[in-house]
Design a protein around this ligand. Structure first.
Ligand SMILES: *Cc1c(COP(=O)(O)O)cnc(C)c1O
Length: 393
């Protein structure tokens, strides 16, 4: 019996986390990841990886083509001009492929940066000899779409603009569609890193953009190992010769998928099967709206609970995407982050250090196969941990 037949009858019900224990550990010792990637995956997504496929297997080729369609369908609305190019590697590989494929060596990209992932785009341009202008603004605030106009007017030589939809550094949500309109009016091309927002923030398929990069292991809840770029076919064709890397050449990768349905180099077979299952579960949950609704409930449970203990958030509630929440490091000498982190992970909850350059902070994710009851469990464990550390905030 082939994988696809089994899959067709699987009913794609997401399995809840096996976790009736009083702490974050599942009965099998699995921890609850409250991080921005990799994320907690469902047991059914993990189970989808139990099959070995050859890269030329027709069943595997079918999964490749199905996943390519499904990721485009995550966008709101329909646009026949778009195509998805899957790529081996983590999200950064997809961002690097996007920037180097679409920005020609003679071009120039304006990077609007309000966090670490904007900075990373600058590093990518440095490594690949692409001209860029880095426009830095406060990490705790969304990009200001009206300031974007001024910057674009000041740089008439720029060919492209690159932004991060949700800056995972803080979890701040940037005004993507307003910026897209401003970029279009000034005749520039837009490239979007939508890594952590893809599948929870509405992104319109008909918004003017050349490409959107995302990955398997963020809000789509697949396993890590695969990135993808949703590209406007014409822009991709125009940039056919731009790539300065063999393995990150999106145009060549696209041609391979279109010609034979096969990957140019060894595909991440298990990861793709997991993503196929994860996308089915995404659709079963009600797509972007369904997923956002659950993540927002996670985020609210988290923020309300942490505020009761006296923790403060860095980003204002109205600019907070339900992805990851940045908390100020408490001003209490007894609160030593490594100790707090270690005690929580011993109890099965993995959180994340902060990435803010301006002040000490730590982060807790609300994405992945995680539910409000899990967040409630986390809040209780934080309470016990603070008691152990003899801290009242
Ligand atoms: C996670 C993430 C990336 C990619 O990071 P990888 O570690 O390469 O997967 C890029 N941009 C944003 C905004 C992200 O959240």
């Amino acid at each position: 019996m082939g994988f696809l037949e089994k899959k067709a009858s699987s009913g794609v019900e997401p399995t809840p986390n096996a976790k009736p224990t009083p702490n974050g550990f599942a009965a099998n010792g699995d921890s609850l990841l409250l991080t921005p990637g990799p994320l907690k995956t469902s047991a059914s997504v993990k189970n989808a990886m139990l099959y070995d496929y050859g890269s030329r297997d027709s069943a595997f080729v079918e999964v490749t083509q199905r996943v390519r369609k499904q990721v485009v369908n995550v966008l709101q609305g329909e646009n026949e001009d778009l195509t998805a190019v899957l790529l081996q590697g983590s999200g950064t590989y997809a961002v690097e492929a996007m920037l180097t494929q679409f920005v020609p060596a003679a071009g120039k990209v304006i990077i609007f940066c309000n966090g670490a992932y904007g900075k990373r785009m600058g590093q990518i341009c440095d490594a690949n000899g692409r001209h860029y202008e880095m426009v830095v603004s406060a990490e705790s605030e969304p990009l200001d779409a009206s300031a974007v106009n001024e910057v674009l007017d000041a740089h008439p030589d720029a060919s492209h603009v690159a932004i991060i939809a949700c800056e995972t550094t803080t979890g701040v949500l940037n005004p993507v569609s307003e910026i897209a309109d401003a970029v279009k009016i000034r005749g520039k091309r837009l490239l979007i890193d939508a890594m952590s927002s893809f599948g929870i923030v509405d992104l319109d398929a008909n918004m003017p953009f050349d490409a959107i990069a995302a990955s398997s292991n963020k809000s789509l809840q697949g396993s890590p190992g695969l990135g993808f770029v949703i590209a406007n076919k014409q822009a991709l064709t125009e940039g056919a010769d731009n790539a300065n890397s063999l393995s990150l050449d999106l145009y060549a990768q696209w041609n391979g998928f279109e010609a034979t349905g096969e990957w140019r180099f060894t595909p991440p077979t298990h990861c793709l099967l997991a993503l196929g299952q994860a996308l089915d579960e995404f659709e079963t949950e009600g797509g972007t709206l369904g997923r956002r609704t659950r993540y927002a409930a996670n985020c609210k449970t988290l923020v309300d609970g942490m505020r009761k203990y006296g923790f403060e958030t860095v980003v204002a509630d109205e600019s907070q995407a339900p992805v990851i929440v940045t908390f100020r490091m408490p001003n209490n000498p007894k609160f030593e982050f490594q100790d707090f982190y270690g005690r929580l992970s011993l109890k099965g909850y993995v959180i994340y250090p902060g990435k803010l350059t301006t002040e000490p902070s730590f982060r807790v994710g609300c994405v992945g196969n995680v539910f409000p009851t899990d967040m409630q469990g986390f809040i209780e464990v934080v309470g016990h941990t603070l008691e152990e550390m003899d801290i009242s905030l």
